[in-house]
Design a protein around this ligand. Structure first.
Ligand SMILES: Nc1nc2c(ncn2[C@@H]2O[C@H](COP(=O)(O)OP(=O)(O)OP(=O)(O)O)[C@@H](O)[C@H]2O)c(=O)[nH]1
Ligand SMILES: Nc1nc2c(ncn2[C@@H]2O[C@H](COP(=O)(O)OP(=O)(O)OP(=O)(O)O)[C@@H](O)[C@H]2O)c(=O)[nH]1
Ligand SMILES: [Mg+2]
Ligand SMILES: [Mg+2]
Ligand SMILES: [Zn+2]
Ligand SMILES: [Zn+2]
Lengths: 211, 211
């Protein structure tokens, strides 16, 4: 088909815009409460002198935006019931961020907490991050495969709880090997900092490749 | 409007059917990995001699159905990408369960793991259960209010982890008091059994009221 659906047309525009201004953009997708916002709080600080912005989508409230506002420019999108961010919403947020003049190095998009719908909508991001966390259990990669299959990197958060949960990441690795063999799996704890180096290195490398 | 949308028409049919045959039905909605299936495994056993059936929705796999199959009749619905169960899917499942002849006391519907979309779709259930779990954090009631506002009972699972997470349920109670003052909040652990008595009592009372 030569006719892209409306979302994808806008996504293409977003992609061009962010690449033109040298912004490394990622779309972070995961279940509610897996730690996206906590990860961003720590990531932005960990990236040091780099200039970051956050676009965060939620059904209601600006709580996530408030949590990152002191370390990054942020735009909160309230979907009022919508179960995923759309390229159009991201386009509007990029304008609010004044992307052409803001000299941003990184744009982090925190999608609505949802393991199902967000993976169906291209936002124009450079990379897609799929995240799960240890309390969610061992079978989420198999059960929510549409989220993990197209991901560029996979984060397993709350690794600090693995012991108390008797969590073993080998099931995760096995299930991933059947659906996505190119995305690296990074085990980390946004809380304690364990594994954050590997994630920051991945980001910096992605940014460097942007040219 | 006198024209019910297609889903609601089927939901009404489901509701009539389940009530006619004396089945207490609940639709359990929560984030992926909050413990719905574990709760059902323990609940069905806890209800003792009662006859229960489970209708479980997932994007992919029959893993949840396999987990409850030894304690209840079960139908697994694979939505193949659909982010919530529909009344039509439940209607088909009720036929598979042979509801008219099965003499079921309880029908548990485990919805797709998703805090956003399922609350928009009436399945014909008698009661709606909204569940969250301690690792998800303190702000989910406020952020995903559409799920909690219409619930008939609210379960806070994984209470056994509250100490290690430094989790305090008073924020949950405060946020709930602003949007839903009729649903009782039951703190429990499907894993250790703490609080399960209160949940089982709620179910038995609901069943008794069915007449
Ligand atoms: N133990 C532990 N807890 C964590 C970690 N990361 C986040 N949390 C906690 O998990 C809870 C949820 O974190 P959030 O950052 O709000 O999760 P989220 O994915 O942004 O949630 P939504 O935006 O609502 O989808 C909070 O109580 C965090 O403190 C971690 O690495 N380890
Ligand atoms: N510590 C603790 N873990 C629990 C409890 N209930 C469930 N779990 C664990 O949480 C993980 C997820 O449980 P599931 O029952 O698969 O969750 P679910 O809500 O059915 O998940 P989906 O069907 O994929 O949405 C598993 O590792 C369970 O053992 C609990 O009360 N306490
Ligand atoms: Mg968040
Ligand atoms: Mg389940
Ligand atoms: Zn959706
Ligand atoms: Zn949906």
């Amino acid at each position: 088909k030569n006719v892209l659906d409306a979302n994808d047309e806008v996504a293409l525009e977003n992609r061009k815009l962010m690449q033109q201004y040298g912004c490394l953009s990622v779309n972070i997708i995961s279940a509610p409460g897996s730690g996206k916002t906590t990860l961003l709080e720590k990531t932005i600080v960990g990236l040091g002198g780099a200039k970051s912005a956050v676009i965060v989508g939620d059904l209601q409230t600006a709580r996530d935006a408030e949590r990152v506002a002191d370390v990054a420019a942020v735009v909160q999108i309230n979907t009022e019931g919508g179960c995923h961010l759309s390229a159009g919403q991201v386009a509007a947020a990029l304008e609010k961020l004044d992307i052409r003049n803001a000299a941003l190095d990184y744009i982090f998009i925190e999608n609505v907490g949802n393991m199902v719908c967000p993976s169906g909508f291209d936002l124009g991001e450079h990379y897609r991050v799929a995240m799960l966390s240890t309390p969610e259990g061992h079978d989420k990669v198999a059960k929510y495969n549409t989220m993990f299959q197209p991901a560029d990197v996979i984060l397993l958060n709350k690794i600090d709880l693995a012991e108390v949960l008797e969590f073993d990441s080998s099931c995760i690795r096995d299930d991933l090997s059947k659906i996505n063999t190119r995305a690296p799996l990074i085990e980390l704890s946004a809380k304690t900092g364990e594994g954050m180096d590997a994630w920051l290195a991945w980001l910096k490398n992605a940014k460097a490749k942007l040219g």
